[in-house]
Design a protein around this ligand. Structure first.
Ligand code: HEM
Length: 90
């Protein structure tokens, strides 16, 4: 679990920085894209919406009213950008 928490935190951070167009995060996300592609972990692109929806549900459950619909849309946009990039390397 400890290792998974570190990986998850790193992954979310990378997605946020990628959505801001930071070049270093593109290099990091490309490494993840390659490790998750069919040649390695073989994470099917159809699984990413589940990943995204679980994260959004967790934010909602932990942040409650602080997650306004405007903020939720911003999260979605941010995550979709990186997930699209990951899928393109599958
Ligand atoms: C359905 C979604 C996903 C599945 C099933 C999945 C699965 C995995 C697996 C099996 C590992 C290897 C863990 C280990 O070595 O113990 C891993 C590692 C990792 N995942 Fe994911 N992952 C998913 C989505 C994502 C997303 C969206 C990110 C965001 C960037 C991400 C980032 C990482 C990183 C940074 C690592 C560790 C470094 C690496 O091996 O590339 N993952 N993931």
């Amino acid at each position: 679990m400890d290792k998974q928490k570190v990986i998850l935190r790193g992954g979310i951070t990378t997605l946020i920085l990628f959505s801001k167009g930071m070049e270093i995060s593109k290099i990091n996300l490309k490494k993840v894209a390659i490790s998750h592609s069919r040649e390695k972990f073989d994470i099917s692109p159809r699984l990413y919406p589940y990943w995204k929806n679980s994260l959004l549900a967790t934010i909602k459950a932990t942040e409650g009213d602080k997650l306004t619909s405007d903020l939720e849309q911003k999260w979605e946009k941010c995550l979709d950008h990186g997930l699209k990039f990951l899928k393109s390397f599958y």
